[in-house]
Design a protein around this ligand. Structure first.
Ligand code: SAM
Length: 342
């Protein structure tokens, strides 16, 4: 399924994108799911092709990637009339082109062709914006809801049980809306300030910033008491970049601060490479020195709340034990989600 075409400043249904932060448009759940899945599929294929072609481009801004690919293809795409069944080739990408195997000049032509196919669909047709609209729709309460509702209920519980989590400075990574529960005035005494960032901002109060490129804090004051990272790690197409993101969560979180991590449930229940034990015990607790304090699994989503034990973490252990992916279990229909520290 190709992503539906849209004009630049309008949504699939033709409504203005300017008010997306407050007024989501209506897309059927089946369609949002298709758009989200398609977008994830395409960016994963793109990241893989980048690796095969040895293209080094670290930025994650949609427009910059687009320009980079266009410039690259202008210089390197020799054969534009190839007979390639792009959908089939993309589905079999990993099987047909294995990393570390030499690729022929014919392979390079085909990969360039695919890169062009992906880029046209993803960016020229409004890919990231459309993905975000679909994600906003996914946040509507009848479709899984705003994850910060869970976060704030936990913050209240913790305060009720005698722990003091008040006046917190928060960082919301991958923020699509400014009116989520975490932003409600009634929680002001818990959340003193919120910095909202996203790769693509659809509201003036959301800064367009890549967390992977965010300047590292030089002092404790520049760190956050609470970091929300909801459905973002699974968005990152490269497993080592996901590892980098986890390490950054550590570096940006104050001592005794909190990290709210949310993932699609299949990332830990149906992956060949990741399960709860690996993510929680080995990566977050043993590697990054966080402590799990709350956990909830719904039908589709897993929510974790971690507390930062102290600023020390064990990079050596992470590199040695989780530097590359290892199969935990393998059954038909499983996914390949993983986080590595290579
Ligand atoms: C599925 S949406 C999740 C939105 C929201 N947090 C939620 O829980 O519904 C993922 C968002 O993460 C953003 N994102 C992905 N990687 C990011 C990065 N490195 N820095 C900042 N935002 C990022 C994407 O642009 C996208 O808007």
């Amino acid at each position: 399924m190709a992503l539906l075409k849209s004009k630049k400043n309008t949504t699939i249904t033709g409504k203005s994108l300017n008010k997306l932060g407050t007024k989501p448009v209506n897309i059927k759940p089946k369609t949002t799911k298709k758009i989200i899945n398609r977008y994830h599929f395409l960016i994963k294929c793109r990241a893989y092709i980048f690796q095969l072609l040895n293209l080094k481009f670290t930025k994650t801004d949609d427009e910059e990637i687009n320009n980079f690919v266009k410039t690259y293809l202008k210089e390197n795409m020799r054969n534009v009339n190839l007979e390639v069944n792009s959908e089939e080739e993309l589905l079999n990408l990993r099987k047909n082109y294995q990393k570390n195997k030499k690729i022929s000049s014919n392979d390079i032509d085909r990969l360039n062709f695919l890169l062009n196919f992906i880029t046209e669909e993803i960016v020229d047709n409004g890919g990231l914006q459309k993905y975000q609209i679909a994600s906003i729709m996914g946040q509507n309460s009848d479709r899984g809801g705003d994850s910060s509702k869970k976060l704030m209920s936990w913050i209240l519980e913790l305060n009720d049980s005698g722990k003091s989590f008040k006046d917190m400075s928060a960082l919301e990574i991958g923020c699509l809306r400014v009116d989520n529960v975490i932003s409600q005035h009634k929680y002001k005494k818990f959340i003193k300030s919120i910095e909202r960032i996203d790769l693509n901002s659809n509201h003036p109060d959301i800064k367009k910033e890549d967390f992977l490129m965010k300047t590292l804090p030089e002092s404790n004051e520049q760190k956050y008491d609470l970091i929300s990272c909801s459905l973002v790690v699974n968005f990152v197409p490269d497993e080592n970049k996901r590892g980098e993101m986890m390490i950054r969560l550590k570096k940006f979180c104050k001592n005794q601060g909190l990290v709210f991590l949310v993932l699609p449930l299949p990332c830990v229940t149906n992956s060949r490479f990741t399960d709860d034990e690996l993510l929680v015990t080995k990566i977050m607790e043993q590697g990054l020195n966080f402590k799990l304090i709350k956990e909830h699994k719904s039908n589709k989503i897993v929510y974790y709340l971690f507390q930062n034990n102290n600023s020390v973490y064990n990079e050596k252990y992470l590199k040695k034990n989780h530097g590359s992916k290892r199969i935990i279990k393998n059954k038909p229909g499983m996914n390949n989600f993983c986080i590595t520290f290579g």
